[in-house]
Design a binder for this molecule. Structure first.
Ligand SMILES: Nc1ncnc2c1ncn2[C@@H]1O[C@H](COP(=O)(O)OP(=O)(O)OP(=O)(O)O)[C@@H](O)[C@H]1O
Ligand SMILES: [Mg+2]
Length: 546
């Protein structure tokens, strides 16, 4: 167990960390912070949701003085949402030092960014494409940069950013520190590391499990045409505080989110066909609790950190085990528990077993709740909502007069039952039609043939994240946050409109990947390489988040 004070951090930084509610360093932070503070180049790998951002953020801000008026640190991230999210974390960490940081990403008005650059930020967090634009326009100069971070490096390369990243790194003085975080270590990442990192220390938090241990993983076997009703039952039986539902395609996500809205769920969709503005709005609604269900493509699978996501549902299975790990990693973060459900059609069971094998985790089979269990769940929730409201005299008072009049005419049980029926907003009669998706075909054979089954990922000698030798023991480790975010249970708050507070109070945004528009908006079309990569990628690499 490491407290942050043990790293010899300055008081301003310690204060920021403590205000963020972090009490102890996570395992990756405990390993990475001393290495990075010592000035070494580093390659970092650890499971989803274990605080990699602060693992590079803390050393980074430690090395910058508020008096500096040049760009001295550069962080690259694959997507706009992730750039925003990382910049918000950096902002918080550097607040008491008075550091200035700025997120630079495509889809946002460039002249606005140029104006913000006049504030002389020391730290720039950007997507490679837009960064390069600024560099070419000479609105960003990298001559004074001495720290570079590549976050989600494998994802950036997958998205076709290799050349951009190389061009940018060539412009940064060689006398610098480079930190590279990547879920996987395929050949192209190794090449990049060889080219641009100097004698890097490989900092890895190993675990037998590839996915975070605090996620209960379930699957249900279901026919394609039954998925939607199955989903509604699941949501009714076990109402999530916040849920992310993953669909395979943009069309799927659009149809599904619309269908759920029609059935009365507070949800919205996120995919690459939306404008940056629309995407921001959806993410804001999800973060402030005005919707509790986000339906998304893999655009939201990486890096997204929204406090209070209790459920991830794979409405469609992902193609890769790797995507599976990233998707479910949107819950069970920062020492909290989470639940994931995956819908599997009969023809996809092989693929599910393949995912189990690669992630080395058994996914438990469950049956869908029956209609009456779903109904019960819904009614229980309604009862909770009513009880919450009953306690608030002010809210109830204006209705008392009508209530008394009604009670003179009708039986009280009858009346309350009628009110509950209305509240449950049952819209089962709304006709829903989703375009069926083809089943995923497993790439199992190809994968096995190439890997030779040696299992280079996650050696079993590693300590399990969460349990890991911390004296206070407990699942999830002792590094759970002390304030603000622990113990947030359902308590009806998800229905009370914005009561739920992300501990940060800010509008952090999300990571994004999708099939089309994840390149910066003003760049050329992305090379259509995803499937190629997908096919070959998992074969020779040190797999997934460990
Ligand atoms: N030491 C800590 N104690 C408690 N919470 C922490 C600590 N460090 C980070 N967190 C919180 O944990 C959450 C996850 O952190 P972060 O997004 O950096 O994870 P990550 O490892 O980058 O995940 P991903 O692989 O999904 O990108 C954030 O909300 C962050 O504020
Ligand atoms: Mg991250």
């Amino acid at each position: 167990m490491s407290t942050f004070a043990e790293f010899g951090l300055e008081p301003d930084v310690l204060q920021a960390i403590s205000e963020m509610g972090f009490e102890e360093a996570t395992p990756i932070q405990a390993k990475a912070i001393p290495v990075a503070i010592a000035g070494r180049d580093m390659i970092g790998q650890a499971q989803t949701g274990t605080g990699k951002t602060a693992a590079f953020g803390i050393p980074l801000i430690t090395k910058i003085a508020a008096s500096e008026d040049r760009i001295v640190a550069l962080i690259m991230a694959p997507t706009r949402e992730l750039a925003i999210q990382v910049s918000e974390e950096i902002e918080k960490l550097g607040r008491f030092k008075g550091l200035r940081s700025l997120a630079i990403y495509g889809g946002q008005d460039i002249s606005r960014q140029i104006r913000s650059l006049r504030r002389k930020p020391q730290i720039i967090i950007g997507t490679p494409g837009r960064l390069l634009d600024h560099i070419n326009r000479k609105t960003i100069r990298l001559d004074d940069v001495r720290s570079v971070v590549l976050d989600e490096a494998d994802e950036m390369l997958d998205m076709g950013f290799m050349e951009d990243i190389q061009s940018i790194l060539k412009l940064v003085p060689e006398e610098r520190q480079t930190l590279l975080f990547s879920a996987t270590m395929p050949a192209n990442i190794q090449k990049l590391a060889q080219q641009f990192l100097r004698n890097p220390e490989h900092v890895k938090v190993e675990s037998k499990l590839l996915s975070a241990p605090l996620i209960q993983q379930y699957y249900v076997e279901i026919q394609e045409r039954m998925k939607f009703d199955g989903l509604c039952r699941l949501l009714d039986m076990e109402p999530p505080e916040l849920a992310i539902i993953f669909g395979r395609t943009k069309r799927r996500v659009a149809e599904l989110s619309e269908a759920l809205m029609k059935r009365g769920y507070a949800c919205d969709g996120l995919h690459g066909d939306l404008s940056q503005n629309q995407r921001d709005t959806v993410m804001r609604k999800f973060r402030d609790g005005s919707i509790d269900i986000l339906v998304a493509t893999d655009v939201a699978a990486r890096g997204l950190d929204v406090s209070g996501v209790t459920h991830v549902i794979n409405f469609d299975l992902p193609q890769d085990p790797e995507s599976y790990v990233h998707r479910i990693g949107r819950t069970g973060r920062a020492g909290k528990e989470g639940t994931s459900w995956s819908f599997v059609t009969a023809r996809e069971t092989d693929h599910l077993h393949f995912i189990e094998k690669v992630t080395r985790h058994r996914i438990s089979k469950k049956v869908l709740p029956t209609l009456s269990e779903a109904m019960e769940g819904k009614q229980k929730l309604m009862a909770e909502r009513i009880m919450d409201t009953v306690r608030s005299e002010e809210e109830v008072n204006p209705f008392k007069w009508v209530a008394m009049q009604l009670l003179e005419q009708y039986d009280s049980v009858q009346l309350l039952a009628a009110a509950m029926k209305l509240l449950t907003g049952d819209k089962k009669d709304v006709n829903i039609e989703l375009t069926p998706e083809d089943p995923i075909r497993s790439k199992k054979r190809k994968f096995e043939g190439n890997r030779g089954g040696s299992g280079s990922y996650g050696s079993s000698s590693g300590r399990r994240y969460g349990g890991s030798g911390s004296s206070s023991g407990g699942q999830g480790g002792a590094w759970r946050q002390g304030q603000g975010r622990s113990g947030d249970s359902r308590g009806g708050s998800s229905y009370s409109g914005g009561q739920r507070k992300p501990y940060s109070g800010g509008n952090r945004s999300s990571s994004t990947r999708d099939d089309s528009s994840y390149r910066d908006a003003n760049r050329g079309p992305r090379p259509e390489r995803r499937e190629e990569y997908r096919g070959s990628r998992s074969q020779n690499e040190d797999f997934v988040k460990i």
